[in-house]
Design a protein around this ligand. Sequence first.
Ligand SMILES: Nc1ncnc2c1ncn2[C@@H]1O[C@H](COP(=O)(O)OP(=O)(O)OP(=O)(O)O)[C@@H](O)[C@H]1O
Ligand SMILES: [Mg+2]
Length: 311
Amino acid sequence: MCAVHFRPPEPEPRTRPEIIMVGSGKGGVGKTCFSVNLSVEIARRGWRVVLLDADLSCSNVETLLGFQPHIRLDEFLRAHKATRLDGVLCQTPIENLKLIPGTTGLLDVAHPRYQRKVALIRALRKLDADVVLVDLDAGAHLNTLDFFRMEQTRGITVINPERTSIDNAFKFLRAALFRQIERFYHSPEVGLLLRRNHTLPDFLGCIQQSPAFSDDIRASVAAEIRQIAAAFQPQVVVNKCSTVHEANVAFNILSKYARQHLLIDPEFLGHIFFDQFVTESVNSGVPFIRSKPKMQISSCIVDMANRLGYF
Ligand SMILES: Nc1ncnc2c1ncn2[C@@H]1O[C@H](COP(=O)(O)OP(=O)(O)OP(=O)(O)O)[C@@H](O)[C@H]1O
Ligand SMILES: [Mg+2]
């Protein structure tokens, strides 16, 4: 196996559109509520936003936005030659906010061919928008992982302050990192070691001991892998918390595990309180940031839009 030299991405001026992936280890943690309300808030500030419902089997963004799309992502996934997403863009009832509605969930579009997935990822960059938010499926399926670790995108993980959600978030981040390393090397030896190890330090230890690699390859692979991990800086949103302290504790537990076992350093993006009103807002088809902009949960979204730099 020969090592490929990895250059960490150089700091660049923000390119348009900025692509933000929203994923999670566990289902039902609030990715869609967060993505929809954040999109609405950024659009309200005058930025041109596209929200992609990339939950390929159970899409429901349009329900939260209260409208019926006339077209779906199926059209793009089934059109073998399509390279642009303009044909599946829908204007939402909200100014500056367009939606690419999710799929019908039928088998062929819930599991698109690899080439169509790559075409979709490339097409996102051609969208005429300032920011593209991508609401992903829960869990560590390959479809989701390939989106989450797409180059030059921001990855946000939503968690709840409970053990299962934190554990699954750790596994999701690990799967995303390991998938990236696997795709970077395309090497059966590396793939095998990734499947046998639970942590990045254990994996690095096995590389050091493996007879499959020469000494120089071992040293350069270890350095490259540390750089890949250092370049992976996911942001974390703690949703459904009852206090800020509870959100901080949940983030700190995840962050400690990630630093120790994956050598990555997640960043805290913000928290959203648990609020019964969220259910009412979902059922009414009006995002809470719009119907109740002064509520505490709306302030949480406002803070995160600021932290992301969309003033
Ligand atoms: N801050 C909150 N307070 C109270 N309920 C919430 C909050 N955020 C989300 N919910 C509720 O949690 C449930 C799941 O939310 P949502 O659909 O956004 O999660 P999801 O992560 O997108 O789920 P899936 O993994 O199925 O895509 C919904 O019933 C929603 O109303
Ligand atoms: Mg969802």
